[in-house]
Design a protein around this ligand. Structure first.
Ligand SMILES: [Zn+2]
Length: 255
């Protein structure tokens, strides 16, 4: 293995330093008082109800508090996710939970129409998903990190990535982490968002998913929020990987 040179270490440090001023700008901007000069359209794309909330809930609340429009795009309604219920019953229950969570985060839920447990990644599905994302006309998109143990999370990442390529890489693309260590792996963040002010709403939105045993899954995200906060010098944070070929125009949380 090649030894790290001083230059390598400096460029690594610069990467983190470059990300932090984005947070400072947002901290100084008025929250919920004046609408931003340019409202961003932010899309957070997840596989199941509860994924965008756990990976990005604090960040979603930060954007909506700043007056930006956030759409939460669920690939499925989590139809396979409740033991003893039919797909139809579970889908209905989890749709209600997702709508409640989005209300708490002040986001708009959209369902992409695939079925949890039967998710397909085909040319036709790529095309279908591209049309849905294109119709949202996003300035900024967040989705799952593709190295994840859950097949539907990987599918979401691929569908979004393919749409991003076909749409000409015209918006910045960020990846979020879920249940790191158990689900996401090899996740080395490039950007952090300070969620100290919104973490209580993130928690409430995650607990809206009562059918998913939130005590169990949120325990891990509570640790992650604190660890990522510690890592970037804040109390609580969410961490992201920015695709290096993203355009720079829409800067996350610049206010
Ligand atoms: Zn999931």
């Amino acid at each position: 293995m090649r030894k790290l040179s001083r230059r390598d270490m400096l460029s690594g440090a610069a990467g983190i330093a470059a990300a932090l001023p984005l947070l400072s700008a947002a901290e100084n901007s008025p929250r919920g008082i004046a609408p931003p000069a340019h409202k961003l359209k932010v899309v957070v794309a997840g596989a199941h109800p509860d994924d965008p909330e756990t990976g990005c809930g604090g960040t979603i609340a930060r954007y909506s508090d700043l007056g930006h429009n956030v759409t939460v795009l669920y690939l499925t309604r989590g139809e396979r996710g409740i033991k003893g219920k039919t797909y139809d019953e579970a889908g209905r229950i989890r749709t209600g939970e997702a709508e409640k969570a989005c209300e708490i985060l002040k986001a708009r839920p959209v369902f992409a129409g695939q079925i949890n447990g039967k998710v397909e990644v085909t040319y036709a599905r790529y095309e279908e998903y591209r049309k849905i994302l294109e119709a949202e006309n996003p300035d900024l998109v967040f989705t799952h990190w593709p190295l994840d143990t859950h097949e539907d999370h990987r599918a979401s990442a691929l569908l979004v990535y393919d749409a991003w390529l076909k749409l000409g890489k015209k918006f910045p693309l960020f990846f979020f982490e879920v249940m790191t260590g158990e689900q996401s792996s090899h996740f080395w963040p490039t950007h952090y968002v300070d969620i100290s002010a919104t973490v209580d709403r993130k928690r409430t939105a995650c607990y809206a998913h009562a059918s998913q045993d939130p005590d169990d899954f949120y325990r891990i995200h509570d640790e992650m929020n604190r660890f990522r906060g510690h890592e970037c010098g804040r109390q609580q944070a969410e961490a992201f990987i920015r695709h290096v070929q993203s355009p720079d125009e829409a800067v996350p949380l610049s206010g």
